[in-house]
Write a protein that binds this ligand. Sequence first.
Ligand SMILES: Nc1ncnc2c1ncn2[C@@H]1O[C@H](COP(=O)(O)OP(=O)(O)OP(=O)(O)O)[C@@H](O)[C@H]1O
Length: 280
Amino acid sequence: MRWNQNPVLTVEHLTMRFGGLVAVGDLSFNVGRGDITALIGPNGAGKTTVFNCITGFYKPTEGRLTVRGDAGDTFLLERMPDFEISGTAHVARTFQNIRLFGGMTLLENLMVAQHRALMKASVFSIAGIFGLKGFRSAQAEALDRAKYWLDRVGLLARADDPAADLPYGAQRRLEIARAMCTRPQLLCLDEPAAGLNPRESAELNDLLLFIRKEHQVSLLLIEHDMSVVMEISDHVVVLDYGKKISDGSPDEVRNDPKVIAAYLGVDDDEVEAVEQEVGV
Ligand SMILES: Nc1ncnc2c1ncn2[C@@H]1O[C@H](COP(=O)(O)OP(=O)(O)OP(=O)(O)O)[C@@H](O)[C@H]1O
C-alpha cells in the first residue's frame, strides 16, 4: 500500500495502559506522506488516546512513534517533550473540545501560536526583541502568516474580535488556522466536523483538501462523521477496544465485515443477518 512506502508517521506496537485498562493495545499503522488518514472506531475505542500519545500529552506505556521529515530527518516522538513535538517534529493538533484563548482576538490567537518561533528569532532575550533585525522580520512574517490563514478560513474581517464571540463552526476553523500557523508537516484533527451543519462540514472538507494540496501537509483525523471520512480520506484505520480491526482504503474498510460488526455492536458471524435487517 502507498502509505507504507514513504510514511510521515509510523506507529509501532503502541500500547497505553491506565492501571488495569488497556486503552490502546499493540497498535501499528502508517500515515502516508501527503495523505488524509482517518482514525475511526466506536466510542471508547482509543482514538483520542492515540492522538494524545502522538502529540506528547501521554507518554506511551510501550511502542515507538516515528516522524520522518521530507529531508529524511527522523524524530522519535515518545522521547520528546510536547513542545518539541510541535516545534521541532512539526506535528500540530486540534482538540475535540475547542481550546482557543476566548478573551484574545482572533489575530492574537494566531500570533500566540507562533510565540516559540518569535522567541527563537529574539535569541530568547529582551535585547533581541528590541534590537534585532531578525526579530522584526520574524514578527512581520508571523503577522503575514496569521493574516493569510485568517483569510483562508474566511475570518479576516473578524481579526480583531474576541475568539469567544465566534459561532461554533468558525471557532473550529480558527483552531485549524492556529495549528497551521505552526507550519506543521503533520496535522492531527480530533473530530473536526463535530457539531458542524452540512454546509460547514462541506466547507471543512474543502479546507482540509486545500491544506493537503497547497501546503503539502499530511493529515490524520479522528472523525465520527462518515460522510467526511469517506469523501476525503485516502486511508482509514479502524480501532475497536484499543486494537486495530481494519486498515485500508475507504472502500475496503466500508465493506469489511469486522468494521460493520464493530459499528453495529454484533459478532462477526451475525453481520450478514443484521445487514439484511437494516438494509445495508
Ligand atoms: N486519562 C485516562 N485515564 C483513565 N482512562 C482513560 C484515560 N483516557 C482514556 N481512558 C480510557 O481509555 C479508553 C479509550 O478512550 P479514548 O478517549 O481514547 O476513546 P475514543 O475512541 O477517543 O472515544 P470517543 O470516540 O468517545 O472520544 C476508554 O475506556 C477511556 O475511558
